[in-house]
Design a protein around this ligand. Structure first.
Ligand code: AMP
Length: 475
C-alpha cells in the first residue's frame, strides 16, 4: 500500500461516518474523505437526505456554507445507476443542468462536480460565455451527464443544437438572487420552458425577494425550504476592524499594513475596474506581489490570476465586487475594503471570502470621512458596531498619495429640472426598464452586448435639430 493510499484509508475511517449516515454511496464518501471533510456542514446535513429522496428544494445559503456539495453529492448519487464507460455520446445524455450567474462560479461548481465525482464514470462539462464556442461545442457533442453553465452561453448551445435538454431530470439554479441582479431571469425562464416538466429542481439564493419567490413558485414543486444563515448575517468567526484615514493617505496606510502586519494573503476590494487595475499596479511598484481581477480582463487572464492567487504565487488580489462574486478561495485569512461598498449587502458578500467553514478571518476597512455614512449603514445592517482601530503611524510618502480612488463621493448637485413640452424630464437619470437584461457580466466589455432592436422613439428627437417634419421623405 502506498503512503497516499494509507493516508486516504485513515482519513476515511475518521470522516466517512457522518457523511455515510446521510446515505451517500461509497464512491462519493471516498472523494469526500480525500478532501479531508470531517463532518457535513449544516446545509449538507439538511439538504442531502431530501435531495436524495427526490424532493425539490429552496435553499437559503450563501457561498462559503458548503452548499455546492449539498446539491452536487446527492445529484451525483442519483445519476450513479446511469454511469457508464461507453464512448458513444448517445449513452451520455444531459441529465443535470446547473445554472450559475458568473463564469467564475460556474468553474468552481464544476470543479466540485469533478472532485466529488472523481470515482464515478459520470461525465461533466462547464460552458460559459466570453470564450470561443468551438471547443465547447466539440466537448458537448461527446455527451455529458452534467453541465454547469451560465444562462446566455447555454442558450447559444441550445440554439446551435450542441446540447439537448429533453432528458434533463435535475435542474439547479445557483445564486438565484445574483441571476436576478444581473438580468438573467428572462433567460432562465426560457430555459425552464425547454426542460421536461418531470424533473427535480433546486434553487439556491442568499436572499429571498418577492421576485425570487415568484420564480421559485414557477419552477419548484412543493419545495422544502432550508435556510442555514439568516440574510445578511456574517460568520461569527470574522473580526471586523476599521482604520480612519484621509482619502489621499489610503494607499500609504495600505502599503504600511501590508508590509508590517501579519497579513499573509488577502483580497482587497475596490469599487471600480480602473481603480482596481491602478491599485494593483501601485502595489506592484512597491514590491508587493499583487494582481487585479476585474471585468476588463478576459476569461483566460481572470482564471490565470485566480490560479496564481490560489497557488499563493500572488499574495494580494485586488478585486471589484462583480469580479469577486462566487470566488472560492480556501483559508483566506484577510479581506481588506480599500473602498467601502455603496450597498451594505456587498460588504457581506465581500467578507464572505474569509471565515469560511468556521475558520477565523479578519475584515479590515480603510474608511475616509466621506465614507462614514456607508460605514453607518453597514453597522446598521450588522446590528453591531465595527471595531475602530487606532490608525498606526505610517509614512505619508508623497509618492504613495492615493491616486487610485476613482469613485469619489461627492454630495449630489441639485440641478433645475429641464422639462420638454410633453413633460419629459431630461434632468432625471436614465432608468433602464426591468425587462432589459443587463448582459452576462455587467462590467465586462468582452461579452458581446445583447442585440436590442431599435425602437421607434415616442418623440421625434431629430425635430430638436430642426431636421424632421419639413421634408421627411427618403429618396
Ligand atoms: P461552498 O459554500 O460550496 O462554496 O463551499 C465553501 C468551502 O467549504 C469550499 O472550499 C469547500 O471545499 C468547503 N467545504 C464544503 N463542505 C465541507 C465540509 N463538510 N467540511 C469542510 N469544508 C467543506
Amino acid at each position: 500500500m502506498t503512503e497516499k493510499q494509507t493516508r486516504e484509508t485513515q482519513t476515511s475511517s475518521i470522516s466517512a461516518t457522518d457523511f455515510a449516515s446521510l446515505g451517500l454511496a461509497p464512491e462519493l464518501l471516498r472523494a469526500i474523505s480525500v478532501q479531508g471533510y470531517r463532518e457535513p456542514t449544516p446545509i449538507q446535513t439538511q439538504a442531502i437526505p431530501p435531495v436524495l429522496s427526490g424532493r425539490d428544494l429552496m435553499g437559503g445559503a450563501q457561498t462559503g456554507t458548503g452548499k455546492t456539495a449539498a446539491f452536487v453529492l446527492p445529484l451525483l448519487q442519483q445519476l450513479l445507476p446511469l454511469a457508464n464507460s461507453s464512448p458513444s455520446p448517445a449513452r451520455h445524455p444531459l441529465r443535470v443542468l446547473i445554472l450559475t450567474p458568473t463564469r467564475e462560479l460556474a468553474v468552481q461548481v464544476h470543479q466540485s462536480v469533478r472532485t466529488y465525482g472523481h470515482h464515478t464514470l459520470l461525465r461533466s462539462y462547464c460552458a460559459y460565455g466570453g470564450v470561443d464556442i468551438k471547443k465547447q461545442t466539440e466537448e458537448l457533442k461527446q455527451g455529458v451527464e452534467i453541465l454547469v453553465a451560465t444562462p446566455g452561453r447555454l442558450l447559444d448551445h441550445v440554439e446551435q443544437k450542441n446540447v439537448l435538454l429533453n432528458q434533463v431530470s435535475f435542474l439547479v439554479l445557483d445564486e438565484a438572487d445574483r441571476m436576478l441582479d444581473m438580468g438573467f431571469i428572462p433567460d432562465i425562464k426560457r430555459i425552464i420552458r425547454m426542460l421536461p416538466k418531470d424533473r427535480q429542481s433546486l434553487l439556491f439564493s442568499a436572499t429571498f425577494s418577492d421576485e425570487i419567490k415568484k420564480l421559485a413558485d414557477s419552477m419548484l414543486r412543493t419545495p422544502l425550504l432550508i435556510e442555514v444563515a439568516r440574510h445578511n448575517t456574517v460568520s461569527e468567526t470574522i473580526e471586523h476592524r476599521t482604520y480612519a484615514v484621509e482619502e489621499g493617505d489610503k494607499l500609504a496606510l495600505l502599503i504600511h499594513l501590508l508590509h508590517s502586519s501579519e497579513i499573509s494573503q488577502c483580497i482587497i476590494f475596490v469599487k471600480t475596474r480602473i481603480g482596481c487595475a491602478r491599485l494593483a499596479r501601485e502595489l506592484q511598484r512597491v514590491g508587493i506581489s499583487a494582481d487585479a481581477i476585474h471585468g476588463d480582463k478576459n476569461q483566460h487572464e481572470r482564471l490565470r490570476t485566480l490560479e496564481a492567487f490560489k497557488g499563493t504565487t500572488t499574495t494580494v488580489l485586488v478585486a471589484t465586487d462583480v469580479a469577486a462574486r462566487g470566488l472560492d478561495i480556501d483559508d483566506l485569512p484577510h479581506v481588506i475594503n480599500y473602498e467601502l461598498p455603496s450597498v451594505p449587502e456587498d460588504y457581506v458578500h465581500r467578507i464572505g471570502r474569509t471565515g469560511r467553514a468556521g475558520r477565523a478571518g479578519k475584515a479590515i476597512s480603510l474608511v475616509c470621512p466621506l465614507e462614514q455614512p456607508l460605514l453607518d449603514n453597514i453597522e446598521a445592517m450588522l446590528k453591531k458596531p465595527v471595531e475602530r482601530m487606532p490608525t498606526p503611524p505610517f509614512a505619508r510618502n508623497k509618492r504613495y498619495r492615493n491616486t487610485t480612488t476613482t469613485n469619489r463621493l461627492r454630495p449630489p448637485v441639485a440641478r433645475p429640472p429641464m422639462l420638454a413640452e410633453d413633460g419629459f424630464d431630461f434632468s432625471k437619470p436614465y432608468q433602464p426598464k426591468e425587462s432589459e437584461p443587463a448582459g452576462e457580466i455587467p462590467d465586462s466589455p468582452h461579452v458581446p452586448p445583447k442585440v436590442v432592436l431599435p425602437k421607434q422613439p415616442k418623440r421625434i428627437v431629430a425635430a430638436l435639430l430642426g431636421g424632421i417634419g419639413k421634408n421627411n421623405n427618403v429618396a
